[in-house]
Design a protein around this ligand. Structure first.
Ligand SMILES: C[S@@+](CC[C@H](N)C(=O)[O-])C[C@H]1O[C@@H](n2cnc3c(N)ncnc32)[C@H](O)[C@@H]1O
Length: 345
């Protein structure tokens, strides 16, 4: 089924926190992690933004990529309510259905105080939400945003499902939006994404995971050094080493028009020609297990918990959208990947 084909593509689901979420048949992936949309919004986007860095009255400029159900947007509105931070928000999204389904859902609506919901509805009905493929919509952002954004939140489907929004070229466009102290924040800790952010001239921090079983809750990238103030922390030696292996081969989309299949195939080809140490060598070096489910973070062998083993592949439950929240589907299907062939590694 084509993405954005209509409501039949999208099914409702709830995360562990009971919050509203969706499953996309077309992308074969949930919108949020198994923890739930609200938990994920807080842990992976709001908290790493460290909004307490702003003083009352100071403007906050945010670009949100992949608005989806509007959960992250509402979480931002909620977090800034009462802080007196004049908010300039822009969003990029190609499919109006997730937002329409969320706003029609009593479960979603009941998650927010009335003023937050009212602000969300006003915002997403305004010209601040740019509809269309993010690769084209980004060119419609006001020129003044170049180098003027405080926060870019990137919450696309996982790189293997939606490589269009994780290419070197698209990441560079997002990086160019940032002020010197601005932050690009994403749930992904995939090596290809992190390497792309470094190539775009950004410095990296890992988002400390609240679950001790996870090694990262995602990535924060900035033109300036990020420091170690919680929940930000430096990359571990294992994470840094991951950026040197073939898993770090970025997705390339110089025309901004390529299909997902083309981006994936071309990356696989470059990986096969790469002189970088293989993902499996990196795995052996760091004692990472050798099998997991493509679902969402359910490893099938190796020491430690299933989830941790998957995460340590850089495809972990926190690292790739398709490793999150698909426990039901995963339990049903449990497909196995030969990691030697896995392009992500
Ligand atoms: C993981 S969901 C986003 C979840 C969202 N942040 C939320 O809070 O609900 C990914 C979103 O990316 C959108 N999307 C997929 N491909 C896109 C593209 N090329 N350009 C813009 N949006 C895209 C999908 O329609 C979907 O809403």
């Amino acid at each position: 089924m084509e993405p954005g084909a209509g409501p039949a593509d999208l099914g409702p689901r709830r995360g562990a926190d009971g919050s509203f979420s969706l499953w996309s048949e077309a992308f074969g992936e949930g919108f949020h992690s198994a923890a739930g949309a609200l938990s994920e919004a807080q842990e992976k986007f709001v908290r790493p933004s460290q909004l307490d860095r702003w003083r009352p009255g100071q403007g906050l400029v945010v670009v949100e990529v992949a608005v989806g159900t509007g959960t992250n947007t509402a979480a931002l509105l909620q977090a800034t309510a009462g802080l007196d931070l004049p908010l300039q928000w822009w969003g990029l999204e190609q499919d109006p259905q997730p937002l329409a389904l969320a706003l029609a859902s009593e479960c979603f609506r009941s998650q927010w105080p009335a003023p937050t919901l009212a602000r969300l509805e006003a915002l997403v009905q305004s010209d601040r939400l740019l509809w269309g493929d993010g690769r084209q919509a980004i060119t419609r952002l006001p020129a003044a945003l170049q180098g003027g954004c405080d926060l870019v939140w990137l919450d696309a489907f996982s790189p293997r499902r939606c490589p269009q929004l994780w290419s070197l070229e698209f990441l560079a466009q997002l990086a160019a939006l940032l002020r010197p102290e601005g932050r690009l924040i994403t749930y992904s800790s995939a090596a290809a994404v992190r390497a792309g952010l470094v190539a775009a001239g950004l410095q990296l921090a890992s988002i400390a995971a609240s679950d001790p079983e996870q090694w990262s809750s995602g990535t924060v990238a900035s033109p300036s050094p990020l420091g170690e103030s919680f929940p930000l922390r430096s990359l571990t030696a294992k994470e840094s080493d991951h950026l040197l292996c073939s898993a770090a081969e970025p997705y390339r989309d110089p025309t901004g028009q390529a299909s997902a299949a083309t981006l994936l195939a071309e990356r696989r080809l470059r990986q096969s020609q790469s002189r970088a140490v293989s993902g499996s060598a990196w795995r052996r070096r760091w004692g990472v297990a050798s099998g997991f489910c493509q679902g969402r973070g359910w490893a099938t062998e190796g020491g430690g918990s299933q989830q941790r083993a998957a995460q340590e592949h850089g495809l972990g439950a926190q690292g790739d959208r398709d490793q999150k929240g698909e426990e039901q589907r995963c339990n049903q299907i449990r497909p196995q990947i030969n990691l030697e062939q896995d392009s992500e590694l």
